[in-house]
Design a protein around this ligand. Structure first.
Ligand code: HSE
Length: 400
């Protein structure tokens, strides 16, 4: 039996226990021996629960037990997860985490520490929940220069945008519905402001370029300004609004951004609805590839964590190299990226619009007292300048 420990017995941590139980035999067959969870670290006790006997409150109990070879971190947040994970790696234990905040902030350092100690630090569940994307990028797509990686990587906002389109509903009503269904948290800021997606694209970009991409450097817009009127315009154009997290090769570097986009029916991510996630990858020799599935939730996310456990159990004495150095990658300025923009202005003066933006295509969604139009391709910087010159801009959304 290989002994393991779980740090954090919330939704994902308890899901890991469940997956290890449900698929016990298959997992043991793949590994060559069984996986036994010896400790569960949590602040709480779970009286009456069969796992109560495994509960410990001090992470040092796990650090100091040489029998424990694999540790799962499903606590969330950077601290104390970082301190605990670092201590586990230093003690020569393999670690897998589902914690995107930890991986985005400390990934390079923890990967280097794992290599030094000849153990593994894995994080398949940190992006796209149950969708395999980290291992494909690290192991399968290594013949390619990845030129683009664009994903719907946040299930909460994708559910909300899908619901707004289906029910012609406004943002606030859909947020309440998402909270009632347990998709959105009580404090939904990280999801709706795009911060969660930002950390995920920072992780993916770091893996693609092999260097540290700081999430703070990524221009991020959430979905809080999207209204029912915007959805009406999107429908009039035959498009859908989706929150995209994107990274594209520009010269020798990458430009990354998180923002709502208007997708045409032909876009590979157009049909990704509800809580589903999908990640589109374009490699210079591979061409296009898509990874689609359950991007969140207890068992799908736990499935990815347990897959890491299996991978680590099969490589107990070997560090699987991950290309992600702590050398910082300076992202290209997003203001140089070109797009067409859909714009709404609170005036009906077409001459004023055309004096500033030149030839535009107008969109009629039956909204009175305003104009909706689509610009030619402009850089972000050019658009910003023209929008402030025109004034009265009540919304702008990029075309994908
Ligand atoms: N809040 C995240 C989402 C959970 O909605 O996608 C998975 O990271």
């Amino acid at each position: 039996m290989i002994k393991a420990a779980i740090m954090g017995y919330g939704t994902i941590g308890s899901g890991v226990m469940e997956v290890l139980n449900i698929n016990q035999n298959g997992i043991a067959k793949r590994v060559g021996e069984g996986i036994e969870v010896k400790y569960i670290l949590d602040l709480r006790d779970f009286p009456g629960d069969p796992i109560q006997e495994k509960i410990v409150h001090d992470y040092k109990t796990i650090v100091e037990d040489a029998e424990v070879k694999i540790v799962v971190e499903t606590m969330g947040g950077v601290e104390p997860a970082y301190t605990f994970v670092k201590a586990m790696l230093e003690a020569g234990k393999h670690v897998t985490t589902s914690n995107k905040a930890l991986v985005a902030a400390k990934g390079a350092e923890l990967i280097a520490l794992a290599e030094e100690k000849q153990v593994n630090f894995m994080f398949e569940a940190s992006v796209g929940g149950g969708i395999p994307i980290i291992r494909p990028l690290n192991s399968c797509l290594t013949a390619d220069e990845i030129e683009e990686i664009t994903g719907i990587v946040n299930g909460t906002t994708n559910y909300m945008l899908t619901k707004m389109a289906e029910d012609n509903a406004d943002f606030e009503d859909v947020l309440k519905d998402a909270q009632a269904k347990g998709y959105a948290e009580k404090d939904p800021t990280a999801d709706i402001e795009g911060y969660d997606a930002c950390r995920k694209i920072a992780i993916l970009t770091s893996l693609v370029c092999g260097q540290q991409v700081d999430f703070e450097d990524i221009h991020t817009e959430g979905i809080t300004k999207i209204t029912a009127a915007d959805i009406k315009y999107a429908k009039a154009m035959g498009r859908k609004i989706k929150l995209l997290a994107s990274s594209k090769k520009v010269g020798d570097g990458y430009a990354a951004m998180v923002a709502p986009y208007l997708l045409p029916k032909t876009h590979p991510l157009y049909n990704v609805n509800g809580v589903f996630n999908a990640i589109f990858v374009h490699g210079n020799v591979l061409g296009d590839a898509m990874f689609y599935g359950s991007g969140a939730g207890k068992l799908p996310t736990a499935s990815a964590v347990v897959a890491d456990i299996v991978e680590m159990a099969k490589h107990m004495d070997k560090n699987i190299k991950v290309e992600w150095s702590s050398q910082k990658l300076k992202l290209a300025d997003y203001k140089a990226i070109s797009n067409q923009f859909f714009v709404r202005v609170s005036a009906e003066d077409k001459t004023a619009v055309e004096n500033v933006f030149g030839a535009v295509s107008y969109v009629d969604a039956g909204e009175s007292g305003e104009l909706g139009f689509v610009t030619e391709k402009l850089t972000e910087a050019e658009f910003e300048k023209k929008a402030s010159e025109l004034g009265n801009v009540i919304q702008s959304i990029r075309f994908a």
